[in-house]
Design a protein around this ligand. Sequence first.
Ligand code: PMP
Length: 306
Amino acid sequence: IDIPNNYKVLFLQGGGSGQFSGVPLNLIGLKEDRCADYLVTGTWSAKAAKEAEKYGKVNIIHPKLDSYTKIPDPSSWTLNPSASYVYYCCNETVHGVEYNFTPETNGVVLVSDMSSNFLSRPVDVSKFGLIFAGAQKNVGCAGVTVVIVREDLLGHALKECPIVLDYKVQADMNSLYNTPPCFSIYIMGLVLEWIKNNGGSAAMETLNKQKSSMIYDIINSSNGFYVCPVDAACRSRMNVPFRVGKKEGDESLEKLFLEGAAKRGMISLKGHRSVGGMRASLYNAVTLEDTAALADFMRSFLKEHQ
Ligand code: PMP
């Protein structure tokens, strides 16, 4: 992803949730007002905003959403020029909402949680002050969290910042302030090689577009048998949430759907408990063939039950 030279790449612990604290602890003090702008478009950005409130003032910069199924139009955002940073979650894993554009912040540092779409498509790192991603979705297994941070943002941590989360300390020590999660880093190295040997993030994007279209096409042409509640403009290529049955979902049919899928070796299709229904996660490791198998099953289930 062509990370410019004025960025550091850190390998930290504590997962994405660790960075919900790490980001404000390191960056909210960048400006005197100690405030930060948050876009809250799903469970994960909501959790990040709540955590940040412990360390400064959090501005939610758009009208509150009744449901996490869309991204409020940028014309409705009230960005604060005195904010230390603007935060958003690039792919809301639970709700299947993904930004297909990079927010414009008029010069304020931009921070993004890319835990669930990291390396699934190219990204222009130079537009960001900081990007973080837990490895366990697209680039390896749990235990290591990648933080890509612009060098001029180092050294501004609040004094209460735990030392293991202090980006400057970790950058100065090449992420070896404390014992690193070696095995997770090793696995990530293998996955990065695999991505590189398979055409890099651009090739991942092509594949992920193909994969997600296979599933969305079936949903869209199912006459309401399958329903994805997310606005067409921000449907995630990584996580496809959908209900089975009538509009609200028919739980007995959904149970049958899960059982039928399991018989074909497809597991973990149950949606997050907070939204119900199904969720097909199509991370980099899921192949076109795997996705075609799900698509086949969805088509035959539709035929049988519509
Ligand atoms: N951000 C996003 C977008 C996530 O999907 C998740 C986990 N599913 C997290 C943060 C939290 O990550 P962790 O479980 O590694 O703390």
